[in-house]
Design a binder for this molecule. Sequence first.
Ligand code: URA
Ligand code: CA
Length: 442
Amino acid sequence: MRFVDIIEKKADGEALSKEEIRQMIEGYVAGEIPDYQMSAMAMAILQRGMNDEETTELTLAMMHSGDVVDLSSLPGIKLDKHSTGGVGDTTTLVVAPLVAACGGTVAKMSGRGLGHTGGTLDKLEAIPGTSVEIDMERFFSIVKDNGVAVIGQTANLVPADKKLYALRDVTATVRSIPLIASSIMSKKLASGADAIILDVKTGSGAFMRNTDEAFTLAKTMVQIGKLTGRKVRAIVTDMNQPLGMAVGNSLEVKEAVELLSGGISPTDPLYQVCLLLGKHMLMAGNLAADEEKAEQMLKDAIQDGSGLKKLQRMITLQGGDSSYLCMEKIDQMIHVKHMVDICSERDGFVTSMNAEKIGTAAQMLGAGREKKGDAIDPSVGLVMKVRCGNKVQKGDPLCTMYVNDEKRFAEAKQLFLQAIEITEEEKEKTPMIYGVVTEEDV
Ligand code: URA
Ligand code: CA
């Protein structure tokens, strides 16, 4: 079939066959299908959607466009997690070592931050000496020794996604649910884990601005897991404010260390989401019979310091200086010229935040990238002083900015203040956790 006829079929709202989907991805990666035809196809998919079978075939075709990692030589059920992009989301640095401390195997490949969202690799590299570019043999040996390692994706992991994502980015087709689901799941499946726990964000800082769409994305990805024989569960969580208080690479490492040292309250959103992810990882790995048992195991690993030890040992094995990873020394990792409080301009209640703007403000200070390959400053960023629902008075600090480059400070401050809505009346808070999607039910 000519590709133009396949585009027309999708534009008419028909389901594509496995062969048509294969032909599309193979042809596009090989350069036989030009960008203009693929753009039309991406728009047709955005407009007409795909059913779960098509989305799964698309995921598999993309997965097989490059390296597929075989983790079968590692012991036990290999566990992975993924968050769909957030601000102040430091969950991997907390959950991966905690799960390993509870007996899990976490051989994880992570990504870098782009735009307003952070990335785990940049946070790891903020710890002096730490390498995330590690060959497979060494990666496997670290996981065998320590139960956990976190490295960068291999260069040839899902090349179809790299090409297609760049195209979607400039053709207004990023927000298609089948395209997002296949993009995320192709990389997860190619990374080799047996069980994957997804954290789908909803709210101002997320891809999915509304909760219904977030649940649809979560269900689509759980279905892909079911149809490909992997255990996939998803939690849907709030991104209407930064998840943790810290936004910035070293600052987020500090917050992770603080949580693993028992210094963060169990009512804190970051703590809650970490525990929920960890519980589902332990249950998916057959390491805990139920949620209650899993929760106790994770809390014990915080209490007795075994989670922090796993993180420290992982950093040592990845070439880093783990002596920084304790509350006594962690501030020595953060080098800034100025720490500036940004204060409230009025009395009232913090009723909403725009997490995307807060992430962008941190990026302007140098914590993130505008485009791929930009340098980042690991020390800069901001630490929130308030949460949604808090009462503030004029002059109270809303955050502290950690600044090295004064040039964009005024702009970052302006954007940050725009991101915080303060009203006279108290408004109802959005929940932190909206629900859990499993193969069986929501
Ligand atoms: N994250 C991805 O990896 N791909 C998308 O399409 C959206 C979010
Ligand atoms: Ca369906």
